[in-house]
Design a protein around this ligand. Structure first.
Ligand code: TXA
Ligand code: MG
Length: 334
């Protein structure tokens, strides 16, 4: 049980060779690290579900080198898909389209659609080009925990369960939260999972784009990101309004992620609570969020008080992840 971290051009070559021979790779992308496998190989894909402890009803995102490769996996390529791809690929956008049946059935959870993405990270692109393989890659963490945004996170998350996992080191992920997922199979584009490509940005290209809620379709979740508890650290996360935060006295087992509130008078310095000033812009906040949650788990914080970020389009994805992280653990889930 172990993981090995590699980098550079040699790392890319080794990662590509492994993917071609049906093995798994920890792959950097600009959003989060993925657990990558050849999406056409039933056994490689089965190993991904196994290692993640992921329910078989949750389909995986398939990563490809360019729009042409995406079209080669789609049965139907709507005009809206083309317009969104032209604007946002390579980048943190996943498009759900009908698939052509040329992927391992488990990738699409036995359904008729597939989520496709052309990532922007240079090492991800190099591996996709070098391997020539469509790469199924969910986030490289055990199901329901915080997605990894560095190679070290992948080793921490999966090393104990992996049999010689190769992790390609691409540094810290710039975006830091998972891609925006948009279903373009219907009359209007539907955002299944918010991300740093916002609703307003999508509407600038496709004005009819709508948000959707957690709607299970034919027993298959339209989006794994729609499970209620997801992206959650071990510590309990509590969302607190700015005003309320000013009057709270955190204990030494608490941490505070603040935006506008300074150490509250009289206790910030003396209680021992970790008081972390988060970036005030949404992209900066998103980029730091998972790394911060993991670091707090590592030092054994029991409760994380999070100052509610502003409302508005730019903060939509951050709100989504904080809300999911703060859902209480259901009985029997952990
Ligand atoms: O940023 C990302 O998307 C990262 C990196 C590695 O690319 N990947 C990721 O994968 O977050 P995962 O498996 O943790 O999240 C899976 C997402 C779901 O939220 C869902 O929206 C989407 O994949 N998905 C995949 N196939 C789908 C399908 N056929 N129908 C609906 N959603 C699908
Ligand atoms: Mg995930």
């Amino acid at each position: 049980m172990s993981a090995r971290v590699v980098g550079g051009a040699d790392g890319v070559r080794e990662a590509a060779a492994r993917l071609r021979s049906g093995l798994l790779v920890g792959l950097p992308t600009e959003t989060v690290y993925g657990l990558a496998a050849d999406a056409r190989s039933a056994s490689a894909v089965a190993a991904v579900f196994d290692l993640k402890g992921r329910p078989s009803t949750n389909p995986l995102i398939v990563h490809v080198a360019d729009v042409e490769a995406a079209r080669g996996l789609a049965r139907v390529w709507p005009e809206s898909a083309q317009r969104l791809a032209d604007r946002f690929w390579p980048g943190p956008l996943t498009l759900v389209v009908e698939h052509r049946g040329n992927l391992a059935p488990a990738v699409v959870a036995g359904g008729t659609t597939v989520g496709l993405r052309v990532p922007a990270h240079p090492l991800a692109r190099a591996v996709l080009e070098e391997s020539g393989v469509p790469v199924a890659a969910p986030s490289a963490n055990r199901s329901e925990s915080v997605s990894p945004t560095s190679a070290a996170h992948v080793v921490d998350s999966l090393g104990p369960w992996a049999d010689e996992l190769l992790v390609l080191d691409g540094g810290d992920c710039a975006v830091g939260i998972e891609s925006t997922v948009v279903d373009v199979t219907g009359e209007v584009p539907l955002v299944l999972r918010p991300g740093m490509i916002t609703l307003e940005q999508l509407r600038a290209i496709e004005p009819s784009t709508c948000m959707t809620g957690p709607v299970p379709v034919e027993g298959v979740l339209r989006s794994p990101g729609q499970q209620e508890r997801h992206y959650a650290p071990r510590a309990v996360v509590v969302l607190v309004e700015s005003l309320a935060l000013k009057s709270i006295s955190p204990s030494g087992k608490d941490a505070v992620l603040s935006l506008t509130v300074d150490h509250p008078p009289g206790n910030g310095d003396t209680s021992g609570a970790r008081w972390i000033a988060m970036p005030q812009d949404a992209p900066g906040y998103a980029s730091a969020l998972y790394r911060t949650l993991r670091a707090l788990d590592d030092v054994g914080v029991e409760r994380i008080l999070v100052e509610e970020p502003p409302v508005g389009d730019a903060w939509g994805a951050v709100h989504d992840r904080l809300r999911r992280a703060s859902v209480p653990v259901r009985k029997g889930m952990e």
